[in-house]
Design a protein around this ligand. Structure first.
Ligand code: WAQ
Ligand code: MG
Length: 271
């Protein structure tokens, strides 16, 4: 067996509309199992897909960069306006201007694509001015080629479960946020789900970790998205986009994980 690694990606759609997707980085002897899991996942949706694409791509001689996961703090804020305000404060602490943080929240509430809906990928925003820098505002930037190492995956699952955060969305969002936080020129990220039944989201940065809020939108609301705030003075957009889209990252170490944190404890501990 070679020690070559593969990127395995799944995309399921119905009448041309995306319904689910997933990706992993794994050794050849894991691919069969992962493809089976992906198919099960594609069919485990309210809408049955009429097209499922699974792509298996060798990383060749490219060695993934290994990163430690961000620490997780889940903050007990049961109301949306207070959740937004606290997320804005976390972003400001990371170096985002209040104006840019507020603009980002407004765009995610409204649907950030020019057509009014959700974007498939993320916005890239100047952390000072709030200007949007992504080349395609309808699609945005899609982060790809990241995963937990086998060993870290087993450990992070236990750690998240024991904090009451067993949903696969948390596991996947934490991996994505870890890759994003380590991007060149990155200041912070803001995200909440576009799944109508999933109200949680987070603000994250390399220094502050993954700060999770259980309610950033109303149950039943299908609007969501992601914003990557960058330092425009130092960022090179080509390098940034290549890193986010194609440079492989394996998360090989887990971080601390705390839940049920009160808002005053969060900001107290960040002073
Ligand atoms: N790269 C960039 N942006 C993406 C990607 C990606 N790979 N995948 C999704 N997005 C953008 C896109 O605009 C989606 O509409 C939006 O993010 C939300 O995607 O419990 O489930 O997959 O701690 O719905 C966060 C809280 C959940 C998890 C995030 O995102 C927790 C989530 P979703
Ligand atoms: Mg979604």
């Amino acid at each position: 067996m070679t020690d070559e690694l593969y990127n395995i990606r799944m995309h399921a759609s119905h009448s041309g509309r995306h319904i689910s997707g997933a990706e992993r980085i794994a050794a050849p002897d894991q691919i069969n199992r992962i493809a089976g899991e992906f198919l099960a996942r594609a069919f485990d949706k309210k809408l049955t897909p009429d097209k499922i694409t699974i792509t298996v791509e060798g990383l060749g001689s490219i060695k993934p960069r290994t990163l430690p996961a961000l620490d997780v703090v889940s903050v007990n804020i049961p109301r949306i306006p207070e959740g937004h305000a606290a997320a804005i404060q976390v972003l400001q602490r990371a170096g985002v201007s209040e104006q840019a943080a507020q603009a980002a929240v407004c765009l995610l509430c409204r649907g950030a694509a020019p057509s009014g809906g959700n974007m498939r990928g993320a916005m890239i925003m100047d952390a000072q001015s709030g200007d949007r820098l992504e080349p395609d505002q309808e699609r945005g930037i899609r982060v790809s080629r990241f995963d937990w190492s086998e060993d870290a995956l087993a450990r992070v699952k236990l750690s998240l479960e024991s904090a009451g955060l067993a949903h696969h969305r948390t596991l996947e969002a934490l991996a994505l946020a870890t890759k994003v936080a380590h991007a060149p020129g990155m200041v912070a990220e803001l995200c909440w789900s576009d799944d109508a039944d999933y109200t949680a989201g987070y603000a994250a940065s390399a220094g502050l970790g993954y700060v999770r809020f259980p309610y950033l939108k109303q149950q039943g609301n299908p609007k969501g998205g992601r914003v990557f705030f960058v330092n425009r003075e130092i960022v090179n957009m080509d390098t940034l986009i290549t890193y986010l889209e194609t440079d492989p990252v394996l998360i090989a170490e887990i971080g601390k994980c705390r839940s049920g944190i009160q808002p005053d404890e969060l900001f107290g501990s960040m002073l």
